[in-house]
Design a protein around this ligand. Structure first.
Ligand SMILES: [Zn+2]
Length: 377
């Protein structure tokens, strides 16, 4: 029998908990990662720049106070529906936030002490127990042509989870708010094996201009990136989102891609299993994924370790007192220790009803959704 947990890092099981908009909790290999924190409620307005606002139509599946302890945050760009005033006020200011250089500078001015700004293809590396997490900035384009200069720069993120033996156990790609554009083609060239892709859809339209992928572009992204599994997010939360999820479901069916797509409602968890051949310490049966093209590794510029005194995760699966080390590569040499966002409440993982006790609007009726939210890579 192979141990599935090595030094607190469970390489066998992971999960994606969908909070809403582009906010998810990724849990894998001992890491808990929050993306694009947006905790505003239905009826609240966000500012999108140039005096434009949009009203939120949904509630987050849990409130920010109910988050489990976090290791880091990944942020695609600085727009109010991706990093809102609640996140600004309530996130631990020492939480590492991996984002664009533009957003990192802005977050630093707001008092956050550990943002990591990345240029496209740059990587930040974090270590925790036996696991290494490499986060690489992927190209993104928020508006057509020169109009993109009027919007904040945006990035996609590639999260690669590696074992102590430097075998890549899992690759997760998050598109960020982007349209299909030429530079996206470089992603599958560099990373031909992606396990899971989170697609920011919604077909956001402002003044008639489309700013995020709609149904057809979402399908094009799946065809281009070729992930084993794709999960649409960022699809029904704001009045500026004009392309409903049912249009994407229709386009997915028309393209014969139903088996590749998993649909999550707010508050639902997608659990996945990674075969032992990917993470077994001896690297026995190393897969094509682990052998795929990788950018050059950079030497660590700083390293610090810290012992967290209260690192019990909300689900209680992992014990307290996890010794956490963090190394940041290629950045400004910020050697902040991983800080834990301590909140005693249980998260609503696995629940079909939202953390607010409200039932989640279901689009699972009929034959549109055939897959249970779980899978094996
Ligand atoms: Zn957005």
């Amino acid at each position: 029998m192979l141990p599935s947990v090595m030094d607190g890092a469970d390489f066998q099981h992971g999960s994606i908990f969908f909070v809403g908009t582009a906010t998810v909790l990724v849990r894998y290999a001992g890491f808990t990662i929050l993306t694009d924190p947006n905790f505003l409620h239905s009826g609240d307005h966000v500012h999108l720049g140039y005096g434009m606002t949009s009203r939120r139509l949904t509630n987050p599946a849990l409130d920010i106070e109910a988050l489990p302890p976090l290791d880091l945050c990944v942020l695609s760009h600085l727009h109010g529906d991706h990093f809102d005033r609640i996140a600004e006020k309530k996130l631990n200011t020492a939480l590492p936030i991996v984002t664009t250089r533009h957003a990192a500078a802005s977050l630093r001015r707001k008092g956050f002490t550990a943002p990591q700004g990345l240029k496209t293809w740059e990587t930040a590396t974090f270590r925790k127990g036996a696991a290494t997490l490499r986060i690489t900035s992927m190209p993104g384009k928020h508006a057509p042509g020169p109009l993109s200069l009027l919007l904040p720069p945006v990035m996609g993120s590639l999260l690669e989870f590696q074992t102590a033996g430097e075998h890549t156990a899992l690759r997760l790609y998050i598109t960020g708010d982007t349209l299909i554009h030429e530079h996206l083609r470089e992603i599958p060239r560099r990373y031909p094996e992606i396990d899971l892709a989170l697609l920011h859809l919604g077909g956001t339209r402002i003044l008639g201009l489309m700013l995020t992928m709609d149904a057809d572009q979402g399908v094009e992204a799946i065809k281009m990136i070729r992930p084993r599994t794709a999960i649409p997010i960022h699809y029904n939360d704001y009045t500026v989102f004009k392309s409903p999820l049912r249009d994407f479901q229709k386009a997915v069916r028309a393209a014969g891609l139903e088996k590749k797509v998993v649909y999550l409602s707010h508050g639902e968890t997608y659990g996945f299993e990674v075969p032992a051949s990917r993470w077994h310490q001896q690297g026995r049966g190393t897969t094509a994924a682990a052998e795929a093209v990788r950018p050059e590794r950079q030497a660590p510029t700083s390293y610090q370790s810290a012992t967290a005194t209260s690192a019990t995760n909300g689900d209680g699966r992992r014990g307290s007192g996890i010794s956490a080390g963090l190394a940041l590569l290629g950045g400004a040499g910020i050697g902040a220790a991983i800080m834990y966002w301590s909140a005693p409440q249980k998260m609503a993982g696995g629940s079909r009803s939202g953390a607010n006790g409200k039932s989640i609007p279901s689009h699972r009726k009929g034959s549109a959704v055939e897959r249970k939210p779980s899978g094996r890579f």
